[in-house]
Design a protein around this ligand. Sequence first.
Ligand SMILES: Nc1ncnc2c1ncn2[C@@H]1O[C@H](COP(=O)(O)OP(=O)(O)OP(=O)(O)O)[C@@H](O)[C@H]1O
Length: 254
Amino acid sequence: MLDATSGPMIFSVSSGKGGVGKTSLTVNLAFALSQKGLRVLVVDGDMGLANVDVLLRLTVRKTIRDVLERGEDPLNAVVYVEPNFGVLPASSGVPEMVDLGPEEHVLLGNILKSIVRHFDYVLLDTAAGIGDSVIWFNTFATHNLVIVTSDPTSMTDAYALIKILSKDYGRKRFYLILNSVVSEREGLKTFDSMARVADRFLKIQPQYLGFVPKDKAVLKAVQEQVPFIKDAPWSKAAIAVGGLADRILKLKGE
Ligand SMILES: Nc1ncnc2c1ncn2[C@@H]1O[C@H](COP(=O)(O)OP(=O)(O)OP(=O)(O)O)[C@@H](O)[C@H]1O
């Protein structure tokens, strides 16, 4: 793990359950942070089924796999969406990249350490589930974001992820983002029930980072392969992501 007080802030974005909006929120949060003039890197941590490049319609020439297997310079693999917003893409349809072994994780750690210093904020968009690579990215991060919807299966899977990370890996600070909720009230209700269970059974107090409403602008932007905060800056989802980015900036030093 990197020191949270010196290098860049490194956020893992995980959820346990798939399809709850990790990648969509990651690219939009990154875009929002880059609009504030910060240097942002998104690492596609879904290394067997990459999606970040798809959501941003990027032309990918080199991926994390080329860096790991062929020793390519990782900085040459970074694709720039904006001058201060880079993406380190992953490969797609490569089963052996889904869960790397311990030695490959050490190598990946060294590779990431060599490039994150060029950025102020790094977002690690992980795969769904609780596989080794998901856990690894979460332990590499300085801050753990967990995306949850009010769907009970999402809450259960997010709790399972938090449980493993806290009990087996000593992670204690989790920042929850409630996605696809109909109102802030629903988001807060979902957060409260998760926080109560985490406090009671894991003795940890997750923090509420904010909510993103269910919004057609998100679906449209996914279809058009552009960030919704660019495509529909006045949509409810875009305004909510702007608020999340402001809160992330305030975490500096925490
Ligand atoms: N706030 C929202 N409002 C409406 N639709 C949303 C919202 N957030 C996500 N979605 C939709 O949910 C779908 C899945 O989103 P996304 O691919 O970002 O999820 P994911 O968690 O990264 O999935 P995976 O686990 O497969 O990586 C997308 O089609 C997206 O449009």
